[in-house]
Design a protein around this ligand. Structure first.
Ligand SMILES: Nc1ncnc2c1ncn2[C@@H]1O[C@H](COP(=O)(O)OP(=O)(O)OP(=O)(O)O)[C@@H](O)[C@H]1O
Ligand SMILES: [Mg+2]
Length: 312
């Protein structure tokens, strides 16, 4: 049966307001000037959705934003990236989330207002029949309070619709890593944290021990490990693939989300798991060739040109 969507991306949405070339550091009671300011679509799940769409899959976003101007901006930005907004939820009860990012040469100082991001839960998704999608990808669960609380009923509800599920936790800012893992992991098809996240959530400082703790509990575990590549464990077999190393990355923003996009785009086509992993490694590497999380995925031609650099 043809599904309406290949992928539903379920997760957080926010605005990034980035201030550059700031003349000094902020101080209470004073005012300083930034010479550049950009407003862009933020959020790791949005990078995933945009890049999966650029890779040719039909992606819809299931997220919650305000009925405010920021919500309008987010909706428009998703559409511009080819992401279907038919499942996007709007609320007048909460304002859309925003991160104000003060960017300095050495690092960034961020202030985030999560807003509506904290209010997407089971109540909001229970009436959606997930048989509309082949696959659901969930990300940044620790940035979304209600999603975290309701994760088990949400996963069960998605499974009832017959969709497969992947999850990338991203980092837990509270560093509690408090999900009911024994219930969550068996409900996933693909669990895709990065190495630091897997170590933190298992409490194992050694990556191999962390992998061993989780691998038997989930169908497929994919661990992203930056410039070292990725490790996949599925059905008892382990496959480590070195990165298609970019020795001079422009930046590594969104490399993990781009990896997820490549992996899942192949997965929904029914490709064998090793091919999904190889495609993830390739799209992770492609992501490092341009600024930001979506810069390298602006068109099929741009993706192909970047991919050529990494093909043997
Ligand atoms: N310098 C690099 N050259 C080539 N590929 C890279 C490089 N850095 C990362 N990658 C690829 O991108 C993938 C994901 O990177 P990483 O492990 O940093 O994810 P992450 O920490 O989840 O990132 P994110 O910040 O997007 O959440 C890696 O598994 C690898 O395949
Ligand atoms: Mg990540």
């Amino acid at each position: 049966m043809t599904k309406r969507y290949d992928i539903v991306a379920l997760g957080e949405l926010n605005i990034d307001l980035i201030l550059n070339d700031i003349q000094g550091f902020p101080e209470i009671g004073k005012e300083i000037i930034a010479d550049h300011c950009t407003m862009t679509l933020g959020s790791s799940t949005a990078i995933f959705a945009a890049n999966a769409s650029s890779l040719g899959t039909k992606v819809a976003f299931l997220g919650l934003v305000g009925t405010d101007d920021f919500g309008d901006f987010i909706e428009r930005s998703l559409r511009e990236r080819g992401v279907d907004t038919g499942l996007l939820l709007r609320t007048s009860e909460h304002n859309s989330g925003i991160t104000v990012c003060m960017s300095y040469a050495q690092d960034r100082a961020n202030v985030t207002f999560p807003g509506s991001m904290n209010f997407l839960g089971y109540e909001q998704v229970k009436d959606l029949d997930f048989s509309c999608a082949k696959h659901v990808h969930i990300s940044s669960v620790f940035l979304q309070e209600q999603l975290k609380r309701d994760i088990v009923p949400i996963l069960k509800h998605i499974r009832q619709g017959g969709a497969t599920i992947s999850m990338d936790t991203q980092w837990d800012p509270a560093e509690k890593w408090d999900l009911p893992w024994d219930e969550v992991l068996p409900l996933l098809d693909v669990f895709m944290p990065n190495a630091q996240e897997l170590e933190a959530l298992t409490g194992e400082a050694d990556l191999e021990k962390a992998i061993a703790t989780v691998a038997g509990k989930v169908k497929t575990l994919v661990v992203k490990n930056g410039s070292k590549g990725s490790i996949m464990v599925s059905g008892g077999s382990r496959r480590a693939v070195p990165a298609l190393l970019n020795p001079e990355p422009v930046d590594c923003i969104g490399a993990g989300d781009s990896f997820n996009a490549g992996f899942v785009a192949a997965f929904v086509k029914g490709c064998p798991l090793p091919d999904c992993q190889d495609n993830g490694n390739l799209t992770g590497a492609i992501s490092t060739t341009a600024a930001g999380g979506t810069g390298a995925f602006s068109s099929p031609e741009a993706i192909e040109a970047a991919a050529k650099r990494f093909r043997k």
